[in-house]
Design a protein around this ligand. Sequence first.
Ligand code: SAM
Ligand code: SF4
Length: 329
Amino acid sequence: MIDPFGRAITYLRISVTDRCDFRCVYCMAEDMTFLPKRDLLSLEELDRLASAFISKGVRKLRLTGGEPLVRKNIMHLIRSLSRHLESGALEELTLTTNGSQLARHAAELADCGVKRINVSVDTLDADKFRQITRWGDLAKVREGIRAAQAAGLKIKINAVALKGFNDAEIPAMMEWAHGEGMELTLIETMPLGEIDADRTDQYLPLSTVRAGLEARYTLRDIPFRTGGPARYVEVAETGGRLGFITPMTHNFCESCNRVRVTCTGTLFMCLGQEDAADLRTPMRASEGDALLHQAIDEAIGRKPKGHDFVIDRATRRPSVSRHMSVTGG
Ligand code: SAM
Ligand code: SF4
């Protein structure tokens, strides 16, 4: 799959559910309306969809959401998809999780061939954690992280940088992550979906965070890439790796290799654009995958060059109306 700008599409992210057991303030409104369950693709359909993409050249598959581990019987899907790892068709099967259910699933994930996972943690203060997730329990997430480490999974911590919330804590979070042998990646907030708060109050450019860190640490740019949009530095004092995902201050679209499918089978060619393709209808139209492949090809043929996110006082509305939990982070 090669898009009109010559980028090979080798990375698929599937949002397996739009539901979540947290309500992070930058991600969701408190009173979210979720999709009716009947609109969701079944686990068998998600498998069929993923397998079609793999046969078309996808080498890396990430399950996300919403919270992927709250989807009922999700381990059946992961177990089934692991056959593509065994055959060598897929290089990596991974997931992004809030960690709340990780303690229960870590060992089985490792057994299915999952090697590394991303866990989102925005603060190490239990009260602040409850505040940012609206009711999440940090102790449970930390228990999940320990279970994942014990199972031999490599962990990358994702933290959204939020002005006045965790800026002062970032050095401590980095020391913690690196001290535990984990990577830390910082993310700028993106204007996706209506939330209850004002995004201008939350938005913290990572250029500011980096300048702050450079006053205390020696950061060295390194060419390390995971196939994602993060740019990495090595921190001399901790020996660990720190990533920056900067959709707002630095456009990373030129090297984009990914597309996203929602839990209803809608393919989004860009996280930051509205254009999408329905894959559920062609998939359900016949037993064979010819129509599905055709719909995928057509959609990749119109993958846009990039996003145009804006967060400022004059732009009150989100750039994209759907929430991150719909398209999958
Ligand atoms: N529930 C899982 C989790 O939190 O890791 C997976 C889905 S979540 C939507 C994926 C990532 O997107 C999380 O790291 C989250 O912090 C991030 N995220 C959510 N909304 C965002 C936004 N508006 N801007 C930037 N990152 C966002
Ligand atoms: Fe749930 Fe993840 Fe969104 Fe938080 S960021 S509300 S954990 S989907």
